[in-house]
Design a protein around this ligand. Structure first.
Ligand code: CU
Ligand code: CU
Ligand code: CU
Length: 487
């Protein structure tokens, strides 16, 4: 066992009694909140909507209302009445039309996280605002060479993102493989967290929640608490896992089973990588193969040290416990061995390419600019990129379409910030002060506290304005977001 660092000690000290309440039920503070989840039900998956002949058209109605959460009736925000919303299954080259109807009491919009599509017009445009009672018709055209993988959709209206995502507005997007990977079955696992009181209602986030990033007391997989999955020994399953939590990092383990990672986000390794755990920052996805071994295994998330605001505002980090997310029961006659995973095309590698420009972006926390040390609006603390909070009227970064840039993402604060850039994935070339071995593409890149990371970005295929930001959604809402214009 490693010695406990001072930072760990601070975090553990801040845990109090919460950790002892964690059992096999997937919840932390049920005793405090009064909401009693129903656990152990068979895993259900969101309704799947599949493109036909290159087209998918659907309606997403965002509304506040009754929803089935953890096997109980609750009140949440839903797309089409479900939590998560439907799963969209598409192929490279498809045209996807989504009509978003806003039945919420506040504005919203839609972001197709990770998709390499235009940021303009009625495509993945971050400057669209859909007023309550009105609708907006989005249309996305995926390039013919769009990377296959796991993506997702969620609202992105500045100032309201954390509350709307935490409230339940998210769903999966699958871009299918041109060459299918042979598996016994595919599963979509949307992992999220939520807090519900005794009446099944989500309490308003506190100022401290908004500073640290709100983490729910109840962990959900496809809206269920500790659901059960069943398989036969020797089956190969494909799990598409999305971290849809507003702020919580996941360190996933499924001890006793064989795990192979196909890739993270839109990135894909040339051959599957054998792993024992997968860390997903908020917004990250994993494309995972599970080869089943007889027995019962528990999908767990383990503590992730994402820093702390202790010493700044007296804040402590809420999640330091291991939580059971689901149970996999492997029994019955053994399945025939699955055929080999086809080799994947070699990923593009920019590590030795010339770069057209270099820049540094600095992510910081400090006393806000709103006077009285309270930051903008109701935030206790300012969350900035290069010393500035988000301003929709200001373009922060201008790049040339088609260029390749190297960005150093520097975090001067005592908390990690998972940085997301829309439209264009990033290749991580340097982390922890060392060059990265292998080719690693992600669209959410964690920048550890008091540390920096270096990425290379090809600004291919599209021009226009979009954003980059911290995917701890409370930080994004508090101003840790900038506008980029590729022209
Ligand atoms: Cu996102
Ligand atoms: Cu952040
Ligand atoms: Cu975003």
């Amino acid at each position: 066992m490693q010695p406990i660092s001072r930072r760990h000690a601070l975090i553990l000290g801040g845990l109090g009694t919460a950790s002892v309440l964690v059992g096999g039920t997937g919840l932390f503070w049920a005793a405090n909140t009064g909401f009693v989840p129903s656990t152990g039900e068979g895993l259900t998956e969101p309704k799947a909507l599949r493109s036909i002949n290159g087209a998918l058209q659907l309606k997403l109605k965002a509304a506040e209302g009754p929803a089935q959460i953890a096997g109980r009736q609750a009140t949440a925000l839903t797309y089409n009445g479900g939590l998560p919303g439907p799963t969209l299954i598409v192929r490279p080259g498809d045209r996807v039309k989504v009509s978003v109807e806003n039945q919420l009491k506040e504005p919203t919009n839609l972001h197709v996280h990770g998709l390499h599509v235009s940021p303009n017009g009625n495509s993945d445009n971050m400057f669209v605002s859909i007023d309550p009672g009105s609708s907006f018709d989005y249309e996305y055209l995926l390039p013919k060479d769009h990377p296959p993988g796991v993506y997702w959709y969620h609202p992105h209206h500045h100032g309201m993102v954390a509350t709307q995502v935490f409230g339940g507005l998210y769903g999966a997007i699958i871009v299918e493989d041109p060459i299918p990977i042979p598996v016994s079955r595919e599963r979509v696992l949307v992992i999220s967290d939520i807090t519900l009181d005794g009446s099944g209602t989500i309490p308003v986030a506190s100022a401290m929640d908004r500073m640290i990033g709100r983490e729910g007391s109840l962990m959900l997989v496809n809206g269920q608490a500790s659901p059960q999955l069943k398989a036969r020994p020797g089956e190969r399953e494909r799990w598409r896992i999305i971290n849809a939590c507003a702020a919580r990092y996941l360190k996933l383990r499924l001890d006793g089973q064989q795990l192979q990672l196909l890739g993270i986000d839109s990135g894909r390794f040339p051959t599957p990588r054998t792993v024992t755990e997968v860390v997903l920052a908020p917004g990250n996805r994993a494309d995972l193969l599970v080869t089943t071994l007889k027995g019962t295994a528990t999908l767990q998330t383990h503590p992730v040290d994402r820093g702390t605001a202790a010493g700044m505002m007296g804040g402590t980090r809420p999640s330091s416990a291991t939580v059971d997310l689901a149970t996999l029961v492997v029994a019955g006659p053994p399945a025939a061995t699955a055929s080999a995973v086809p080799a994947q095309p070699a990923p593009r590698d920019l590590r030795n390419s010339p770069v057209d420009g270099r820049r540094e972006l600095t992510f910081a926390m400090g006393m806000g600019s709103g006077g009285m040390g309270m930051g903008s609006g109701t935030n206790m603390m300012g969350f900035t990129i290069d010393g500035k909070e988000f301003d929709p009227a200001r373009t922060d970064t201008i790049v040339r379409g088609g260029s390749v840039e190297e960005w150093t993402l520097t975090n001067t604060s005592p908390m990690d910030h998972p940085v997301h850039l829309h439209v264009w994935p990033m290749q991580i070339v340097e982390q922890d002060g060392a060059h990265v071995n292998g080719v690693l593409w992600q669209d959410v890149v964690n920048v550890p506290a008091k540390n920096s990371i270096r990425v290379r970005i090809p600004f291919d295929d599209f021009t226009g304005k979009t954003v980059y930001h911290c995917h701890i959604l409370d930080h994004e809402d508090a101003g840790m977001m900038g506008i980029i214009d590729a022209s």
